[in-house]
Ligand binder design. Sequence first.
Ligand code: XBP
Ligand code: MG
Length: 252
Amino acid sequence: MALEALLFDVDGTLADTERDGHRPAFNRAFEEFGLDWHWDAELYGKLLAVTGGKERIRYYVDHFLPDYVKPDDFDALVTQLHQAKTKHYTTMLAGGAIPVRPGVRRLLDEARAAGMRLAVVTTTTPQNVTELLKHSLAEDAESWFEVIAAGDIVPAKKPAADIYHWAMDEMRLSPEQCLAFEDSHNGLRASRGAGVKTVVTVNGYTAHEQFEDALAVLSDLGEPDAPFEVLQGNAAGKAYVDLALLRRWFNE
Ligand code: XBP
Ligand code: MG
C-alpha cells in the first residue's frame, strides 16, 4: 500500500519538551501548592517511565514518597496540580521557549507540499499541543494536521496503542497506510502495537532505550547542513529524512 499519512508524537519528537519544559512546569505547580516536591533532571528521567502528567504525579507519590499520607481529596489535588502545571507549561510555550527539533519544519513543509495527510498522536494535554504548534512552528500550524489525538481522549495512554487506533479511525486509514514518528520506547510500543511502521528520533532521556522494532533510529531528522546520526537501520547514505527516504523505509 502507498504511504498516505505521517503521524507525529509531540513530546520529545516534535520538540524536546520534557527536561526544560514539562519538568519545570511541574515544579512550579508544586511550589504554588506549598509542596516541597522537586523533580530534578535525573529523577524526572525515572518518572518518564509513566506517560501522562496526572499519571506521573500519582506514580511519584506512590513510588518515591513512602511517608506521604494522601489527603481525602487527593484526586482533586492531582487534578488541580495538573491544571496549574498546564498553565505554567503553556505560558512557557507562549514565550517561544521551546523550538521544534532539527528537520521537523523542513519535513512538514515537504509533506504538506506533497499532499501527505498529517496527524498528531500524543498523550499530552490538547492545550499543550495547540500552544506548541502555534508558537514553535507557525500561527496556523494546528490547521496543518487533520487530526490532533491528545490527552484523555482515550483512557489508556501510551504505551497502549489506543490513541493510534483512535487517530486512524478518525482518518479512515489503516496502519498499512501510515508512518509514525516517536522518540521513546513507550511511544514505539504504542505505534507498533497499532501496527504502524515507525521512525525513532531519540533525545537525552531516551537514547539508551531499546527500539528493536523501528524502521530506523536516528539522533534527529537531520538537515542538509546538519546530518543526523544513524543509531540503527540503513539510511542509504542520506543526511536527513525526507519523503524519499521515508518511502524507501516504508516499502522495505
Ligand atoms: C508525553 C508525556 C506527557 C508529558 C506531560 O508522552 O508523557 O505526559 O510529559 O504532558 P508521549 P501532560 O511523548 O509518549 O506522548 O502533563 O499534559 O500529561
Ligand atoms: Mg514522546
